[in-house]
Design a protein around this ligand. Structure first.
Ligand SMILES: [Zn+2]
Length: 162
C-alpha cells in the first residue's frame, strides 16, 4: 500500500482564476464530435471508469490549467496537487493532439488515484488501454514547441476567448 495513496488534492486556485476541471475540457472536445454522447471523449472516459468506479468523481474533478510556462512538453500531471497543466498551443494544434495530450495526462491522474503511481509503467499502460488509447509517449507537437509561438498562441487565445 502506498503511503501517498489517499493524499488529498490541495490545489488552491488564485481568486481571479475561473476553476477548470477535466469535465470542462471534455465538454469542449466533444462539442465538435458528432454523436458525442455515444462515442465522444466523455463516452471513452466513462467506459474506462467502469473498471475503476471508485475514482470516478476524482477523475472528473481533476483540475486543469492552461500554462504557458510549459516549455518542452504539451502536458503534465502534478501528483501532490492533482493538477493537469496543458500547453496553450494545444488550442491551435490539431484536435487529435489536444485529445491525445489530455487523455495521456488524464491516464496519469487515474493511475495516481487508483494506484498511487505516476510514471509510464504498467499501471499507466492499463489506464491508456481502458481509455482506448495506444500507450505511446507523446510525439512533438509543433504548436507547443517554442516560446515565440506560445506568445502568439496566447494572443490568439485572448482574442477569441479560447
Ligand atoms: Zn506521461
Amino acid at each position: 500500500m502506498h503511503a501517498r495513496f489517499n493524499r488529498s488534492c490541495n490545489y488552491a486556485a488564485a481568486p481571479e482564476e475561473k476553476p477548470l476541471f477535466a469535465r470542462d475540457i471534455v465538454r469542449e472536445l466533444d462539442a465538435e464530435t458528432p454523436n458525442a454522447k455515444e462515442r465522444g471523449v466523455e463516452f471513452q472516459i466513462n467506459r474506462a471508469l467502469t473498471y475503476h468506479p471508485n475514482i470516478t468523481r476524482k477523475t472528473w474533478e481533476t483540475r486543469i490549467v492552461w500554462d504557458p510556462a510549459l516549455k518542452s512538453v504539451a502536458g503534465q500531471f502534478r501528483t501532490k496537487i492533482c493538477l493537469i497543466r496543458l500547453h496553450p498551443g494545444l488550442k491551435l494544434a490539431h484536435r487529435f493532439h489536444y485529445t491525445e495530450t489530455f487523455l495521456h495526462e488524464l491516464a496519469h491522474a487515474m493511475q495516481w488515484y487508483a494506484y498511487g503511481k505516476c510514471d509510464h509503467g504498467q499501471t499507466w499502460y492499463e489506464m491508456m488501454h481502458i481509455l482506448a488509447m495506444k500507450p505511446e509517449r507523446l510525439h512533438n507537437i509543433p504548436e507547443c514547441k517554442d516560446k515565440v509561438e506560445i506568445i502568439k498562441v496566447m494572443k490568439v487565445a485572448d482574442e477569441f476567448k479560447l
